[in-house]
Design a protein around this ligand. Structure first.
Ligand SMILES: [Zn+2]
Ligand SMILES: [Zn+2]
Length: 399
């Protein structure tokens, strides 16, 4: 009897070797990542893709089992993140509360945000409200992870406890720490979005595609996160696979930027394309206007920095109008720009372009865009003129 108990404690029912256990951890944690990115994020929070009820319920069940997170809470916290990105209202912005706190205490931040009933009401609409949700998943979120502990222990004996611990830290580490923290802090940017979202690496299979966070903030409702040739979004690969067997329906993907030749005056097509691709436009403005102008200015002055602003910092600050600088930084930027007409000019044009995209009435926005292009072409600044010519070609590609 004692022997049987000891044998069970050390081997569990599965009597599995190390390789099997590692494989089990990898498969279950990857499923958890997919449940979060495909179901909670792309489908529920942003409505970029619909899944067959069997698939979506399986993923919801898996979230309950593997994370104890409630769909409505996750969706609400995440939608609030997009609505108030990098402000005091953002539940987890490293720019506001510091990277250390978001990276190491991401789960606590999530739990605090998820406890705000008014936000759940405001941002959590449209999530499942069926019998299972009301009787099991929402009222008993801890039951799922407890059940997973029992399964792990039964399958692998005491070592199942360690396996369970790994499963439990997977989402707090990769999603709350790495994506919510690092992907608003460090990495490369394809799009000059109004926040600090970054792509961590062109691919990271264990992050499910979430590593392409700058792309996601540029086109939040797109079910596909990879937008450049060298990027791979494993979550999208799964969606396409499910679509082939009719278990998924893609509702939205980021539209491609198209070009129309010989447009002398921007029209509504140009404006629509500019508004759709506003972050791409700002990126092109950065590459075509800001970067070369700063380079020329510095080499004309024979220096690598203006006052306390080294070249890179100056370029980044001009790219976003100095939004992320503290009070001192803003003063330094203003001082650097003040007596340098070219820098002043390109920063004013950037501000005008950003402002016209915020105009509520399309007619006013179009008139402002036409004026902007006209002024840029007549400005005597070749780079501005070339950018205006490029902008006039903007058009949205047909799906
Ligand atoms: Zn984000
Ligand atoms: Zn999102």
């Amino acid at each position: 009897m004692l022997d049987t108990l000891l044998n069970f404690a050390s081997n569990g029912l599965a009597n599995a070797g190390w390789l099997t256990m590692v494989l089990y951890v990898l498969v279950t944690t990857q499923l958890t990542i997919f449940a979060v990115t495909l179901y909670l994020h792309r489908s529920q929070a942003h409505r970029g893709v619909d899944f067959h009820p069997v698939v979506s319920h399986f993923l919801r069940f898996w979230n309950w089992l593997g994370t104890g997170m409630i769909t409505r809470e996750w969706v609400a916290v995440h939608r609030k993140h997009h609505a108030h990105c990098e402000t005091e209202q953002d539940p987890h912005s490293p720019q506001i509360i510091g990277i250390r706190k978001v990276f190491f205490e991401g789960s606590e931040l999530y739990r605090t945000a998820a406890a705000n009933e008014a936000d759940l009401e405001k941002y959590g609409r449209g999530t499942p409200d069926d019998w299972m949700e009301r009787h099991l998943y929402t009222p008993h979120p801890m039951l799922g992870i407890a059940l997973l502990a029992v399964i792990d222990l039964a399958l692998f004996g005491v070592i199942g406890g360690a396996i369970w611990a790994v499963q439990m830290v997977w989402i707090p580490f990769w999603a709350a720490g790495v994506v919510n923290g690092l992907a608003h802090w460090w990495g490369y940017r394809n799009f000059e979005t109004a926040d600090k979202a970054t792509n961590l690496t062109p691919w990271a299979l264990w992050c499910g595609g979430e590593e392409l966070h700058n792309n996601h903030h540029a086109f939040p409702s797109s079910a596909k996160f990879a937008l450049r040739r060298f990027e791979v979004d494993i979550g999208w690969v799964v969606i396409r696979g499910l679509e082939k067997v009719r278990l998924a329906k893609v509702l939205r993907v980021a539209p491609a930027l198209d070009e129309r030749p010989n447009v002398s005056l921007p029209d509504m097509v140009t404006l629509k394309a500019l508004l759709t691709h506003r972050f791409e436009a700002m990126t092109e403005y950065y590459r075509m206007v800001i970067k070369p102008t700063v380079r020329e200015q510095l080499s004309a002055e024979g220096t690598r920095r203006l006052g306390a602003m080294p070249r890179r910092r100056l370029r980044r600050a001009l790219a976003n109008g100095g939004r992320w600088l503290d009070k001192n930084g803003k003063t330094r930027l203003a001082a650097a720009v003040e007596n340098r007409p070219r820098l002043k000019q390109i920063s004013e044009y950037r501000a005008r372009l950003a402002a016209l995209m915020e105009q509520r009435r399309p007619e006013s926005a179009l008139a402002a865009l036409q004026q902007w292009c006209h002024d840029a072409e007549a400005s005597g600044n070749r780079k501005l003129a070339e950018f205006a010519a490029r902008l006039k070609q903007y058009s949205v590609a047909r799906a």
